[in-house]
Design a protein around this ligand. Structure first.
Ligand code: EPU
Length: 337
């Protein structure tokens, strides 16, 4: 393991923001992870773990140590009649894992195709798309507890999962470093086709034999047509979460804004943040190199040399405007540093 000093994080974050890390190391194995965090706890230095850097916005240099987890490996731990259990090293690229599962005919994560980032960061925000969340297929998460200085495993019930959140994003932040996860996948896949455009797009493409592979292909097609590719235009996916309001609040809103789309979420109602932002006139708007994506206004983009602060100013402007028009407080999904 090599520790470098004053390294630009531009290649390591999907927004492509040019800030520096005081110390930086790529960790390729569990041994590297152990060595790096032992040194840290002795020196009490602030640290940050990067997976694919796909869910962060840097607004200033990081005066601590940044670890980029690069450990690789997908191992079939066990299987029974119905399921296979895969142990996945944290540094695996998430979409490579999805491809591996689909190529083997194992179902459960095909709807999560093409989500940027690494496997190890997928539990942090409980990644989700097209009607599936990571928690639905997760069996366990192995972490290094850098405070208590030991390894432990979490079962999903202990992860405090919610919509785009978990213990790792909240009270476990700065304490638990995810080293691997175990997924429980279906040997007889159950297709989940009810979200949004999936069925329509399958029909349009003339797909008769709907397999997990066909679902993966269609989701890749839908995502590529709507969402900007971070390797071309800097972005961190949805910058905001879709707000969830009470039934009473919804009744008030729909009276005032009859065209407002919504989705039921238990006893509450989820309102598409994209719609709220579009209604406030921000869709496709550009301020210097900071902008709001033209197809998906929930996504903020860096057209080239925007700073993290400029993106943040735009985010705050949007939050203020949505609050003023709808009385709804948008919450950021992206981690700000
Ligand atoms: N909409 C608009 N204007 C637009 C785009 C969308 O009004 O320009 C409205 C429409 O009513 C549409 C609704 O927003 O039906 C929902 O849009 P979409 O299906 O594109 O999904 P989303 O709710 O905006 C969420 C996730 C995405 C995920 C998609 C598909 C969050 C914060 N985002 O977006 O996740 O890919 O669903 O499942 O929940 C991410 O987290 O980075 C991410 C991209």
């Amino acid at each position: 393991m090599q520790v470098l000093e004053n390294i630009s994080l531009k290649p390591y974050n999907a927004f492509g923001i040019d800030v520096k890390a005081r110390y930086f190391a790529e960790l390729h194995s569990d041994n590297d992870i152990a060595a790096f965090f032992s040194a840290l706890t002795e020196e009490r230095m602030p640290f940050l773990v990067l997976g694919g850097g796909s869910n962060m916005l840097f607004t200033k240099d990081f005066e601590g140590s940044v670890a980029c987890i690069r450990s690789k490996g997908i191992v079939k731990l066990m299987e029974d009649e119905k399921h296979v259990y895969l142990r996945i090293a944290a540094g695996e690229v998430w979409d490579d894992v999805v491809k591996y599962a689909v190529d083997n005919g194992w179902g459960g994560i095909e709807n999560l195709s093409l989500i940027p980032g690494n496997a190890g960061t997928s539990p942090v925000q409980n990644i989700g798309a097209y009607g599936v969340e990571l928690k639905d297929v997760l069996y366990s998460v192995e972490v290094a507890d850098v405070i208590a200085r030991h390894y432990r495993a979490f079962r999903p019930a202990d992860c405090e999962f919610g919509y785009r959140t978990s213990i790792f994003k909240n009270r476990g932040k700065g304490r638990f470093v995810i080293t691997s996860l175990c997924l429980k996948l279906d040997k007889q896949p159950v297709l989940k086709l009810d979200y949004g455009d999936i069925r329509r797009e399958l029909g349009k493409a003339g797909v008769k034999d709907v397999t997990i592979s066909a679902v993966r292909d269609i989701i890749i097609k839908i995502r590529s047509s709507k969402l900007p590719d971070p390797s071309i235009i800097g972005n961190a996916g949805s910058f905001f979460m879709n707000p969830v309001v009470s039934a009473d609040e919804y009744a008030r809103l729909i009276k005032k804004f009859p065209a407002m789309p919504s989705f039921k979420s238990g006893d509450e109602v989820k309102i598409p943040g994209a719609w709220l932002i579009e209604q406030c006139g921000f869709k496709g708007k550009r301020y210097g190199d900071a902008g709001v994506h033209e197809n998906q206004p929930l996504v903020l983009v860096n057209y080239g040399s925007a700073t993290g602060k400029e993106i943040l100013v735009l985010a705050e402007k949007i939050i203020k405007s949505v609050l003023k028009k709808f009385g709804i407080g948008l919450e950021k999904e992206v981690n700000i540093f």
